[in-house]
Design a protein around this ligand. Structure first.
Ligand code: UDP
Ligand code: MG
Length: 315
């Protein structure tokens, strides 16, 4: 038992799911030939989640808590979990049991085989509705076509890392606007995936609204691709060619000045639309630059439980 696995779990208003999660996951962890720590990151829950976690931490010293001062989002919670975990392997998962804990031994087997990154790929998502499935497919299509990275379409926030891979994510990927799942797939190293069937949530409801997912998708595209910035060049070439075409057409048909009113209005609207759209895209990138420049913390920790005294963890 000289090896330890850190299981990172982000928790936001999961009072209904936590006990069940702990019961199932605890059983799996206790049966491993690895030592473990169960790092719960309480992402500013406003329900009884923290109390439940404190009870668990009281009875089991391997349950550790990092509690945020407010809600910072799932990404920030996973990052904090990574920062605070010290295992020879790190596994990130959700608290709602959609990520079946019985896969933990399989992930550890892959780590033992020498893999550094193990992504868990959903074969079937029973809980997501049709809209979520379609938009998710569309998002991955776009990102894989306009950036030079390849993101696995059905990869989830369920993944395993070796301590080496975890250290790289801890140290070198400190961007404020981020998509951890994407970085995990792009640090290289021996990588493999395991397929799993996502279960239904045990209790409570999804915290990701379509709006949140949309913002998240836009940010990811901006983080992984500079292609949208170059759209201006293509738009310029396109409007230049359009101008030449209209000119040639005018000369050939020898139309008099008063006609062509509709053409002008349409062209002006079209050009302005394109220009504002491009300015908007540049604005989005500037917003990200500004966020990075301000260098505010990704998360703020209010209190922690069961971590050794004096050990430097976190940001
Ligand atoms: N979560 C979080 N902070 C948030 C939203 C969600 O830590 O602001 C956690 C949540 O408790 C769960 C995980 O992230 O453990 C995934 O969230 P959810 O199940 O709501 O998303 P879905 O599975 O529906 O995509
Ligand atoms: Mg979920």
């Amino acid at each position: 038992m000289d090896r330890k696995v850190s299981v990172v779990v982000s928790v936001y208003n999961e009072e209904k799911a936590l006990k069940e999660f702990y019961r199932e996951t605890g059983k799996v962890l206790a049966g491993l030939d690895w030592d473990y720590e169960l790092v719960f990151v309480n992402d500013g829950s406003s329900d009884g989640s923290l109390e439940i976690l404190e009870e668990l931490a009281e009875e089991n010293p391997k349950v550790k808590i990092v509690s945020f001062s407010r809600n910072f989002g799932h990404e920030a919670a996973m990052i904090a979990g990574l920062d605070y975990s010290r295992g020879d392997a790190v596994i990130c998962m959700d608290a709602d049991l959609q990520h079946p804990p019985e896969y933990i031994p399989k992930i550890l087997e892959k780590i033992e085989e020498g893999y550094h990154v193990i992504t868990m790929v959903r074969t079937h998502n029973r809980t997501a509705g049709l809209i979520k499935n379609i938009t998710s497919a569309g998002f991955y299509w776009v990102i894989n076509h306009i950036s030079d990275v390849h993101l696995e379409p059905n990869a989830s926030d369920f993944f395993g890392l070796s301590s080496h891979a975890a250290e790289i994510l801890r140290k070198s990927y400190r961007e404020k606007v981020r998509f951890l799942r994407g970085y995990v797939q792009n640090i290289g190293f021996a990588r493999t995936h395991i397929e799993y069937e996502a279960r239904a949530r045990v209790a409570g409801e999804s915290k990701y609204s379509l709006k949140k997912l949309f913002v998240f998708s836009v940010n990811t595209i901006l983080c992984f691709s500079n292609m949208p910035l170059k759209l201006g060049i293509y738009a310029g070439i396109f409007s230049g060619l359009l101008g030449v075409a209209v000119m040639v057409y005018t000369i050939l048909t020898r139309r008099g000045a008063p006609s062509g009113y509709a053409t002008i209005v349409v062209l002006i609207c079209f050009m302005f639309a394109m220009m504002f759209f491009l300015i908007g895209i540049i604005g989005e990138y500037i917003a990200i630059l500004f966020t990075e420049l301000k260098d505010r913390p990704v998360y703020i920790v209010d209190e922690t439980r069961n971590f050794e005294e004096g050990e430097q963890r976190g940001e």
